[in-house]
Design a protein around this ligand. Structure first.
Ligand code: DX5
Ligand code: ZN
Length: 221
């Protein structure tokens, strides 16, 4: 499996979104952070803006819902054109039902785990998801320091996916840069979200390429 790079538009210029979407043409996905001031202490964008991004983006859209009650709201993001919808373990009531509902709508389903949440409780329902997101910062803000204490979790998850013979992808989000990319890739992550390390770089294409190259060198299958 190859490495995918997913720049997070949380670090883009929200007044120049189309320009900043075009600027990440070297990436594989665009990562869209939706926050509600309840599940996390920050507020970003909602359905109408995500809908336009899905219409305009040339890259597949990876919508990361950091909101309460995704059981109620996630299907609307699928309806609005998201290729993949991520919802959090700490927010959902019926993750299997929601994943199946998203699949019925033709959308990928991804389950997210915060730093203090263990990944083991989802081992029995792994096959319901296309991707598992391991947060490598507390969700809510870009530009935070990478939590290397999450690497063991990434490793245990990758081992379990292999043991079950699944092709579930492992995404990491938070503090990913050319420096930390080899660590997460060596632990078994194959989808790398990066916000500030991409949009804060002087050359966006160069930043995407260096994260990709650093990860590819280190990736363990
Ligand atoms: C944080 C968001 C991330 C954020 C990552 O809660 O989920 O996607 O944009 O930003 P960096 O890459 O700057 O840590
Ligand atoms: Zn995110």
């Amino acid at each position: 499996m190859s490495i995918s790079i997913a720049p997070s538009i949380l670090s883009a210029d929200f007044c120049n979104l189309e320009r900043d979407l075009d600027a990440i043409h070297a990436a594989d996905l665009v990562h869209i952070d939706v926050m509600d001031h309840h599940f996390v202490p920050n507020l970003t964008i909602g359905e109408p803006v995500v809908k336009r991004i899905c219409e305009v983006s040339k890259l597949p859209t990876d919508v990361h819902l950091m909101i309460d009650d995704p059981d109620r709201w996630a299907p609307q993001f699928a309806q609005n054109g998201a290729d993949s919808v991520t919802f959090h373990m700490g927010a959902t009531h019926a993750p299997v039902r929601l994943a199946r509902q998203l699949h019925d709508m033709g959308t990928k389903a991804c389950f997210a785990v915060r730093p203090a949440e263990p990944v083991e409780p989802i081992f029995d329902i792994l096959s319901e998801f296309d991707m598992i997101l391991i947060m490598t910062v507390e969700p809510g803000f870009g530009g935070q320091k990478f939590l290397d204490n999450q690497l063991g979790k990434v490793r245990r998850l990758r081992d379990e996916i292999t043991r079950q013979g699944l092709n579930t992808r492992v995404e990491v989000d938070g503090g990913v840069s050319p420096k930390t990319a080899p660590l997460v890739a060596a632990a078994g992550a194959d989808v790398l979200v990066a916000g500030s390390a991409v949009y804060g770089a002087p050359d966006i294409t160069e930043a995407i390429t260096s994260i990709r190259e650093a990860a590819e060198k280190a990736y363990r299958d």
